[in-house]
Design a protein around this ligand. Structure first.
Ligand code: AP5
Length: 212
């Protein structure tokens, strides 16, 4: 199964990608996580990406496309994968097709901007392993501490309200056209992600079983 999760910043792509990865036994490939690791390790790609990410803009297509196409060639992706945050532009979608990537389904997580603004204020991420939590919807067992590795939970740098607004504007302008793109290819499945995290997962599983 080859899936991608579309949705605004904070729609729940990362949360659902991790849950689906565990349930379907295929890797979650998150461009945001790959880029954050590159920034943390101060690699040449990280150095190029940092300013775009901090201001809520998209990293240039040519950087992203190479990273993802290379990642999908790794052996753990041979039985499928869940893309989280890729593609984000029509050009990226076309590049995936050119590289021979044939998606089985595109899940669009539909969440209002108002809900996104509220959600982002409650998100906390592990400063060591990057695991994501929410103070109300998905709290850690011990306040401020990652369940998985015991490191501190912090607010993501791009989760400040002004940056979230900028990211939402970029989403509407550059990523939303993909809804029509994948709808025309009959791959699009909408999930109105106002329910709980668990209910969203159940709905996604129901929809992708229809694509098998
Ligand atoms: P990325 O990390 O992908 O950021 P994003 O798309 O803005 O998405 P987020 O990670 O913020 O949110 P999410 O949808 O994963 O939500 P989450 O599950 O965490 O990318 C960061 C940056 O990298 C971009 O801005 C860009 O610069 C660059 N980049 C990445 N990919 C790129 C690409 N392809 N091209 C160019 N540039 C790229 O959930 C959010 C919170 O809500 C969590 O706290 C969670 O616990 C909670 N939550 C989730 N679901 C629910 C629910 N149903 N109810 C209540 N709370 C919920």
């Amino acid at each position: 199964m080859k899936l991608t999760l579309l949705g605004a910043p904070g729609a729940g792509k990362g949360t659902q990608a991790e849950r689906l990865s565990a349930l379907l036994h295929i890797p979650a490939v998150s461009t945001g996580n790959i880029l954050r690791a590159a920034v943390k390790n101060n690699t040449p790609i990280g150095q190029q990406a940092k300013a775009y990410m901090d201001s809520g803009k998209l990293v240039p297509d040519e950087i992203i496309i190479d990273i993802v196409v290379e990642r999908l060639l790794e052996p753990d992706c041979s039985n499928g994968y869940i893309l989280d945050g890729m593609p984000r532009t029509v050009l990226q979608a076309e590049a995936l097709e050119t590289a021979g990537v044939q998606l089985d389904a595109v899940i669009s997580l539909v969440v209002s901007d108002e809900t996104i603004m509220k959600r982002m204020s409650g998100r906390r991420v592990c400063e060591a392993c990057g695991s994501s939590y929410h103070m109300d919807a998905m709290p850690p067992k011990r306040q401020g501490i990652c369940d998985l590795c015991g490191a501190n939970l912090v607010r993501r740098q791009d989760d400040e309200p002004e940056t979230v607004k900028a990211r939402l504007a970029v989403y509407h302008q550059e990523t939303e056209p993909l809804i029509q793109y994948y709808s025309e290819r009959r791959l699009l499945k909408n999930v109105t992600a106002h329910a709980t995290i668990e209910e969203d997962t159940r709905e996604i599983l129901r929809l992708i079983r229809q694509s098998e």
